[in-house]
Design a protein around this ligand. Structure first.
Ligand code: CP
Length: 324
């Protein structure tokens, strides 16, 4: 167990050692237990987290804000459109000044080609830790919540086949940060990770290379398949969601046109039956109901989407308590 993580940024789990990630899961379980028992755990009394959003959120904002209150501190909500960012405040002003007022800065900036660079630049300018609430490349707190959920629901990830699959959605071209973060983290934990997507929905080559390297080191496996139903076969975890064809086109309208060819990539009861009989269904939400996933699946007995959403709270509290 690693006990000194004070001041560390969480931008991607890939920059934390396996020991450090184990510590996060251990502390998250402890904080979850303490909350269940009603035990106070004001580990961040008088501390303030600035939360800067460039994009909408339900779970991320609510869970960070609730988590800071439960830890005895305060979370300050900042919407980029109501700051002076549009009038000249760059990453430097945000990092240096918010870093002086607060004990941590959390940022969601998912614009393709911008988000990760922006968060890293703020981290460089800030004297306090920076937490990535989702960028164009990574969604580390979602992946940590997913890991905790998988361990709770299925046990040791080394025995599991995890199918991270593309599914069709019509609402908007979603970032690739969730599948990228999930394949990076689950390959650290020795799982058999299967990435399933149509040819136009590739992830970043450097992330694929890291996932392959992780799998080698952890004695797990990593494979890519391009057939939706082949991806489902025998999976213990079906994690199917939409993402945009960012590596094929940066034009959202063109991406929407490409994705329209894959409208049959929906997780329905017939597809779930192709997975292992005890398979669980996961999705970070929000989902396009009856487009990405049938109601019968997301509301059915194999669905763990609400446990996943709850675990955002516990892993985020763990990382905040350790780093701030
Ligand atoms: N899963 C997730 O990040 O949800 P929000 O976009 O609602 O924050």
């Amino acid at each position: 167990m690693q006990t000194y993580l004070r001041g560390r940024d969480m931008i991607t789990t890939q920059e934390w050692t396996k020991d450090e990630l184990d510590t996060v899961i251990d502390i998250a379980l402890d904080l979850k237990r303490r909350r269940a028992l009603g035990e106070p755990h004001a580990l961040l009394r008088d501390k303030v987290l600035a939360m800067l959003f460039f994009f909408s959120s339900t779970r991320t904002r609510a869970s960070f804000e609730a988590g800071m209150a439960q830890l005895g501190g305060h979370a300050m909500f900042l919407d980029s459109t109501s700051t002076q960012i549009g009038h000249g405040d760059t990453w430097k002003e945000i990092g240096d000044i918010l870093g002086r007022y607060n004990d941590g800065i959390a940022i969601r900036q998912v614009d393709w080609g911008i988000g990760n660079d922006y968060i890293r630049a703020v981290a460089e300018a800030s004297r306090t830790p920076v937490l990535n609430m989702q960028c164009d490349w990574y969604h580390p707190f979602q992946a940590l919540a997913d890991l905790l959920t998988i361990i709770e629901q299925k046990g040791d990830p080394r025995k599991l086949t995890i199918n991270m699959s593309y599914a069709y959605a019509a609402s908007y071209q979603k970032p690739i940060s969730v599948p990228q973060s999930l394949i990076l983290l689950m390959t650290r934990y020795g799982a058999n990770v299967r990435l399933t997507h149509p040819p136009e929905f590739k992830l970043m080559p450097e992330i694929i290379a890291q996932a392959e390297e992780n799998a080698k080191k952890s004695h797990g496996s990593f494979e890519i398949v391009e057939d939706f139903e082949e991806g489902m076969r025998g999976a213990d975890v079906v994690y199917a969601k939409a993402w945009g064809s960012m590596l094929t086109t940066s034009d959202h309208e063109e991406s929407a046109k490409i994705s329209a060819h894959y409208q049959d990539w929906i997780v329905d009861p017939r597809r779930m039956e192709m997975a292992h009989e005890d398979a669980i269904y996961m999705h970070p939400l929000p989902a396009d109901r009856n487009v990405e996933v049938a109601d019968a699946v997301i509301d059915g007995p194999s669905s763990r989407v609400f446990d996943q959403a709850e675990n955002r709270l516990h892993v985020q509290k763990a990382v905040m308590a350790l780093t701030m």
